[in-house]
Ligand binder design. Structure first.
Ligand code: ADP
Ligand code: MG
Ligand code: MG
Length: 876
C-alpha cells in the first residue's frame, strides 16, 4: 500500500504484520496531502478526530498518555513519500515533551539525564524543522556548555547540564520568534504534521522530484509513531543495516550502530559508529566492539529479522533499528540503494539462490546505471601521490578541481565549465544540487551510511567519506592535508572503490565486462529480440563496440574519415576543383585511404553487418574559414586564396541543415558516391577473399526524400559494384538502403521501399525536421519549453514517441507492405536511450544502433523491452 501510506508507513505496517517488533503508531495517508494542496492548504474535516482516535489507540496499547505529566507518551513524526525522498522534512523525535512531562519522563525512567537529553533534542529539532530556527543557534549553545565543563562529547553532559542547555535553548527560541517554545503537546503535534505536508513543496523536495521524475501529485504521508529510546544508557543503541553489502553486493550482513544514541546520530557522523558484525569490524580495521560481540542476543535477533525481511521482500533491504535497554525495535525497512556493481551481484546471486527468477534479475537493473561500470578506473600503473584515505563510499574514479560548497560546485561547473570534486565536512540535503554536478564527493566525517555516501551511491558518483586527516576550512576555501594546503580550484583525484584521495589528476583505464556483469549480459541476450549495433567509424570504436557485444555497425559516418590532416588536402582539392575531371582526380587520391578504412572495419567486425553511410555534410564544412587558415590551405594546395574565398562564398548557405547535403551531393556530384562505393566494394572483396568470411556491406544513402533519388544513386552504386566484381573476378553480397530522416521519406516509405533493401531511422535529423527545430540552436528556448511543460523531455535525448514515433510507425508499416522482409533499424542518439529502445521494440524494428559505450545499456534495455515492462525496482 505504498501509494496510500508512503513507503515508510507501508513497510512499518508490513513488518508489524510479519510479527517483527515495531513501535505502535499510525499513518496519515498521502491522500490527505493531495487534499491539502488541492484545497488551498486545509485538512479534511474528519482529520482531527481521526488523529485523536488513532493516538488514543497507541496510548491504550502502551498504557501511556500523550502530554501526561506522570508517564508521557512520546512520538516521532516522520514524513514518508511513495519513493524515498531525501529532500523531505527531517523527522521530529521525542514530540510530547514539555516542562512538565519531562519531569514525568525523568521519574518514570529513573534516568533524568536521558529525559533532559531527549527534551533538548526535541527543542532543537522542532525549532529547526517546524519553527525554522537555524541549527547553529543551538549548536553554539551546546558547544559552550561542553566547553564550560571541559568535555568533548554530548554523552559527557549530565542531567543538570542539560537542564541549563534547555533553559538557554528556550530563551533562544523566544528571542528569535518573539514567543515561547510551544508547551501544548497537541500544538506540537499539529505543528509537526503541518511541517511534513509543507515540506512536500519545499525547494529541496521539488528539486529532488525533478531530478528523479517523481510527480508532484503523489504527495507524502505522515507517520506518527511511539518513541523507543536508544539513548537511555549503554544497553541502548541505534543503527542502520543492510541485508547484503550495498557497496559490493556480497551476501553478508552489513551495518553500523552507535551506543547510547538516538535517531540520525549514526548518519550525521557525530561519533564513529561501531560495526554490526565481527567480519565488518575487521574489514574496517575498527577497534570498537561489534554488536555481534557486545550484544550477541540482540545481534541474533537482528540477523533473524534480516533473513526474514529479505525473504519477504525478495530484495536487499536497508533497515533502521533502535535497541532500548536490550530490546530491539525495527523503525524502517526499504529496498536498499546500492552501487551498480552490487545491484548486479545481488540480482545474479538472488537468481542463483532461487529467490527471484532470471527475468526478475534482468528487470531489477536500471540500464542507465550500467554507465557507472563502463567508465574508466584508475590506471594501476600510473604514478600517484596519496593525500589521504577515507571510506570507499561509492565506487569509481574521478578527478576535478576542489570546491568547498554546493553553490561553488554549481558555479564552477555551469559558469566556468570545469569538473569539480565537492569537499565537505559532511553533506546535507541542501547540497543535493552541488552534489549532482560534481564528478566526485569527498567528506571528512561520517560513515558508509552517511548522507554523502548514500546519495553518491544513488547518483553513481564516486565518493570517499570520512577522510578524517583532512581539515577543511570552508571560509578560506582551503583544505589542509599531509602538510599541504590545497585551495579552491586545485586538482585532486578520488578513488571511491578504495577510499583513496590523490593529488592532481591520475590517469585512468578502460573498463572490462566481466563477472556478474558478463553473466547478466548473457541472460539478457537470451531474452531480447532487438539486435544491438554500434555507431562507429574508427577501428578503436569498432573494437570497443565488439568488446561490449555489438552485433554490427549501424552507422559508419564516412565524412569523419576525411578530416584526417593528410586526407583533408585531397578533400579540399576535390571541392575546389571546377571540373568533374578535377574532382575525379582528387577523389582518386582519397580512394586508397577510404578503402583501407573499410578494410580495417570489416576485419574487426568479422562478418557482422556494417552499414556505411555515404557522404552527408555540406561541402563547405571541409573548407577553411578564417583568413589565416585560408592562407595556409592556399599554400598547401597551390591555389590562390581568392579561389578559396570565392568557393566559400559560392557554397555558403543560410540554412545548411536543409541545404546541399546528403544524397543531394550524390545527385549533383555523382563521382563522390562512385568513389565511396568503389572503396567499399574493393575493401569487401579484399577482406572476404583474405579471410574467407562473408562480408555484406550495407550501403546507406542519407537524406532521401523521393524514390527517384534513390533509384538514380542505387543504379550508380550497382554499376560500381559490377565493375569492381568483374575487375577482381570476385563478388560479394551487398545491400543498398536509405536513411529515413525526412518526414517526406517516412510518408513515401511505401514507394521508397521498392528500391531500398533497408531503412535506418536517422532520428537526430528526423527529430530536427519533424519539429522544424535545429538541435544546435534549440537549447535556450527548449529549456523554457520544458520548464513550461510544452515538451516534457528533450526530444533529442529521448525520442518523441507521439510525433516522430508516429512517422517511424508509418514508415515501418508502409515500407513493409511493399517489402515484407525490409530490415529496419535506428541510428542516432536515441539508440542508446532505454525509453526510445522500448519504443523501437514496439514499432517492430530489427535493431538499434548506439554509441559503443552504450551497447551494454542498449542490450539490457532491449531485454526489458522484450519482457514488456520497465525496471521493477531500480537502483536509482
Ligand atoms: P528518514 O526518512 O530521514 O530516514 P526517519 O523517519 O526514518 O527519517 O527517521 C530518522 C531516524 O529517526 C530513524 O532512523 C530512527 O532512528 C529515528 N526514529 C524515527 N522514529 C523513531 C521512533 N519512533 N523511535 C525512535 N527512533 C525513531
Ligand atoms: Mg529512515
Ligand atoms: Mg542525418
Amino acid at each position: 500500500m505504498k501509494n496510500l501510506l508512503g513507503g515508510k508507513g507501508a513497510n512499518l505496517a508490513e513488518m508489524s504484520n510479519l510479527g517483527i517488533p515495531v513501535p505502535p503508531g499510525f499513518t496519515i495517508s498521502t491522500e490527505v496531502c493531495t487534499y491539502y494542496y488541492d484545497n488551498g492548504e486545509i485538512y479534511p474535516d474528519t482529520l482531527k478526530d481521526e488523529v485523536i482516535a488513532a493516538l488514543a489507540k497507541v496510548e491504550e496499547t502502551l498504557g501511556r498518555t500523550f502530554g501526561s505529566i506522570d508517564d508521557p507518551l512520546l512520538v516521532s513524526v516522520r514524513s514518508g513519500a511513495r519513493a524515498s525522498m531525501p529532500g523531505m522534512m527531517d523527522t521530529i523525535l521525542n514530540l510530547g515533551l514539555n516542562d512538565l512531562s519531562v519531569e514525568g519522563l525523568a521519574k518514570r525512567s529513573n534516568d533524568p539525564r536521558f529525559a533532559y537529553d531527549s527534551y533538548r533534542r526535541f527543542i532543537q529539532m522542532y525549532s529547526n524543522v517546524v519553527l525554522g530556527i537555524e541549527h547553529h543557534n543551538f549548536e553554539e549553545i551546546l558547544e559552550e556548555a561542553k566547553d564550560d565543563k571541559g568535555v568533548h562529547l554530548d554523552t559527557d553532559l549530565a542531567a543538570d547540564d542539560w537542564k541549563k542547555v534547555i533553559a538557554r535553548y528556550k530563551d533562544k527560541v523566544k528571542e528569535v520568534l518573539g514567543h515561547p517554545f510551544p508547551q501544548d503537546v497537541h500544538e506540537q503535534l499539529w505543528g509537526a504534521i503541518g511541517a511534513v505536508f509543507g515540506s512536500w513543496m519545499n525547494q529541496r523536495a521539488i528539486t529532488y522530484r525533478r531530478l528523479h521524475d517523481i510527480p508532484g501529485s503523489w504527495g507524502t504521508a505522515v507517520n506518527v509513531q511511539a518513541m523507543v529510546f536508544g539513548n537511555m544508557g549503554d544497553d541502548c543503541s541505534t543503527g542502520v543495516c543492510f541485508t547484503r553489502n550495498p557497496s559490493t553486493g556480497d551476501h553478508e550482513f552489513y551495518g553500523e550502530f552507535l551506543v547510547n544514541a538516538q535517531g540520525e546520530d549514526v548518519v550525521a557522523g557525530i561519533r564513529t559508529p561501531q560495526q554490526i558484525t565481527i567480519e565488518g569490524k575487521q574489514a574496517q580495521n575498527s577497534n570498537l566492539p561489534a554488536m555481534e560481540e557486545c550484544q550477541p542476543e540482540v545481534f541474533k535477533e537482528l540477523n533473524a529479522i534480516r533473513h526474514k525481511l529479505e525473504a519477504h521482500y525478495r530484495d536487499m533491504q536497508d533497515m533502521e533499528f533502535t535497541v532500548q535497554q536490550g530490546r530491539l525495535w525495527m523503525l524502517q525497512t526499504r529496498t536498499g540503494k546500492r552501487t551498480t556493481k552490487a545491484a548486479l551481484k545481488i540480482a545474479v546471486d538472488m537468481a542463483r539462490e532461487g529467490l527471484i527468477t532470471r527475468k526478475e534479475a534482468i528487470r531489477r537493473i536500471d540500464p542507465v546505471s550500467l554507465d557507472q561500470l563502463l567508465h574508466p578506473t584508475l590506471d594501476p600503473k600510473a604514478a600517484r601521490t596519496v593525500l589521504a584515505r577515507g571510506l570507499p563510499a561509492s565506487p569509481g574514479a574521478a578527478s576535478g578541481r576542489v570546491v568547498f560548497s554546493a553553490e561553488d560546485a554549481e558555479n564552477w561547473v555551469n559558469v566556468r565549465k570545469e569538473k569539480v570534486i565537492l569537499v565537505r565536512v559532511e553533506t546535507s540535503p541542501e547540497d543535493i544540487g552541488g552534489m549532482h554536478v560534481s564528478e566526485g564527493i569527498l567528506t571528512t566525517r561520517g560513515g558508509m551510511t552517511s548522507h554523502a555516501a548514500v546519495v553518491a551511491r544513488g547518483m553513481g558518483t564516486p565518493c570517499v567519506a570520512g577522510a578524517g586527516e583532512i581539515r577543511v576550512d570552508h571560509a578560506a576555501r582551503q583544505m589542509k592535508v599531509a602538510g599541504q594546503i590545497l585551495s579552491e580550484g586545485d586538482v585532486i583525484t578520488l578513488d571511491g572503490s578504495t577510499g583513496e584521495v590523490f593529488l592532481g589528476a591520475v590517469p585512468t583505464i578502460q573498463p572490462e565486462m566481466t563477472g556478474d556483469f558478463a553473466t547478466l549480459m548473457e541472460w539478457v541476450d537470451t531474452i531480447r529480440t532487438l539486435k544491438i549495433r554500434a555507431n562507429a567509424e574508427t577501428p578503436q570504436d569498432a573494437a570497443t563496440a565488439r568488446k561490449f557485444g555489438a552485433e554490427g555497425i549501424g552507422l559508419c559516418r564516412t565524412e569523419h574519415m576525411f578530416f584526417d590532416p593528410r586526407r583533408i588536402i585531397a578533400m579540399r582539392e576535390m571541392i575546389l576543383a571546377e571540373t568533374e575531371e578535377g574532382r575525379r582526380s582528387a577523389l582518386s587520391k582519397l580512394l586508397p585511404y577510404q578503402r583501407q578504412d573499410f578494410i580495417e572495419l570489416f576485419e574487426i567486425m568479422r562478418g557482422l553487418p556494417v552499414t556505411i553511410r555515404l557522404l552527408d555534410p555540406p561541402l563547405h564544412e571541409f573548407l577553411p574559414h578564417t583568413e589565416a587558415e585560408i592562407a595556409e590551405v592556399a599554400k598547401e594546395a597551390g591555389v590562390d586564396p581568392a579561389l578559396i574565398r570565392a568557393r566559400n562564398i559560392a557554397l555558403h548557405e543560410s540554412n545548411p541543415m536543409l541545404g546541399h547535403r546528403g544524397c543531394r551531393l550524390g545527385i549533383t556530384y555523382p563521382e563522390i558516391y562512385e568513389m565511396q562505393a568503389r572503396a567499399i566494394f574493393e575493401a569487401a572483396v579484399h577482406v572476404s577473399r583474405e579471410t574467407g568470411r562473408s562480408v555484406v556491406p550495407e550501403v546507406m544513402i542519407p537524406l532521401v526524400g523521393a524514390r527517384k533519388e534513390l533509384d538514380l544513386l542505387k543504379a550508380a552504386i550497382d554499376k560500381e559494384a559490377q565493375a569492381v566484381f568483374s575487375e577482381q573476378n570476385y563478388a560479394v553480397k551487398y545491400l543498398v538502403g536509405t536513411m529515413i530522416e525526412l518526414p517526406r521519406a517516412a510518408l513515401m516509405a511505401g514507394e521508397i521501399a521498392e528500391t531500398a533493401a533497408f531503412f535506418s531511422f536517422g532520428t537526430n535529423d528526423l527529430t530536427q525536421t519533424t519539429f522544424g527545430m535545429s538541435r544546435d540552436d534549440s537549447g535556450p528556448f527548449l529549456e523554457v519549453y520544458r520548464a513550461r511543460g510544452i515538451y516534457e523531455r528533450d526530444p533529442f535525448a529521448s525520442l518523441d514517441q507521439a510525433g516522430v514515433g508516429e512517422l517511424i510507425r508509418i514508415a515501418a508499416e508502409r515500407g513493409r507492405v511493399t517489402r515484407p522482409g525490409l530490415k529496419l533499424g535506428i541510428c542516432g542518439e536515441h539508440g542508446g536511450d532505454p525509453a526510445s529502445i522500448s519504443f523501437c521494440q514496439s514499432a517492430g524494428l530489427d535493431y538499434v544502433s548506439c554509441s559503443p559505450y552504450r551497447v551494454p545499456i542498449a542490450r539490457l534495455a532491449a531485454a526489458q523491452a522484450a519482457l514488456g515492462e520497465g525496471t521493477s525496482s531500480g537502483t536509482a
